[in-house]
Design a protein around this ligand. Structure first.
Ligand code: SF4
Length: 82
């Protein structure tokens, strides 16, 4: 489970999150799911403590799912509808 009180929340361990650093090295947490689902902000307000799109990604060194393909893992909301 993601550490919720680190100022980042779920995005830190989400497979859709990509960390972008600016020229000063400050990180920004980009939600890749926002590219295909308007319910999600491109740069969500942190910390994110609850999110229907959260997909745990234990190993952040692995590539995150690509929201531009049709091969996305189900969101928490979609899983709850089954
Ligand atoms: S789907 Fe939710 S938890 Fe994942 S990166 Fe986007 S806003 Fe953060």
């Amino acid at each position: 489970m993601a550490p919720l009180f680190d100022g980042i929340g779920l995005c830190k361990t989400c497979g859709y999150c990509r960390v972008i650093k600016n020229d000063r090295g400050n990180p920004f947490y980009l939600c890749r799911l926002a590219a295909s689902d308007p319910r999600f902000a491109k740069y969500p307000r942190l910390p994110v403590l609850r999110c229907d799109g959260y997909v745990p990604c234990a190993d952040k060194s692995e590539p995150a799912p690509d929201p531009q393909t049709n091969n996305l893992p189900p969101t928490e909301f979609e899983r709850s509808q089954k």
